[in-house]
Design a protein around this ligand. Sequence first.
Ligand SMILES: [Zn+2]
Length: 112
Amino acid sequence: MHELSLCLNAVEIIEQQARKNGAQRVTGVWLEVGALACVEESALRFGFSIACRETLAQDCELHIIHKPAQAWCWTCSQAVAAERYDECPLCHCPTLHIAQNEGVQVKSIEVE
Ligand SMILES: [Zn+2]
């Protein structure tokens, strides 16, 4: 389950940020998930709850933001926001070049 390792990385970043801000506790986390990152939301939530155990982020609220990948369509000759690998959202041609495919990123955190 690669979601768990993604979550462990994310929690590490979250804890670093929280400590830097002198926080006692992390109450909310916003994770940005790339559309093509092959991440399943339920697995991500489960992995996150495990990764947060015994950290400042334990029992925090997890918000998941879906983000389309940045791609270039050779048929349209323009940049598009791709939700899939094999089809342009505008012309539905399989002529996409995925430029940027982000996995999971910590967008912001809420601390107290
Ligand atoms: Zn296109």
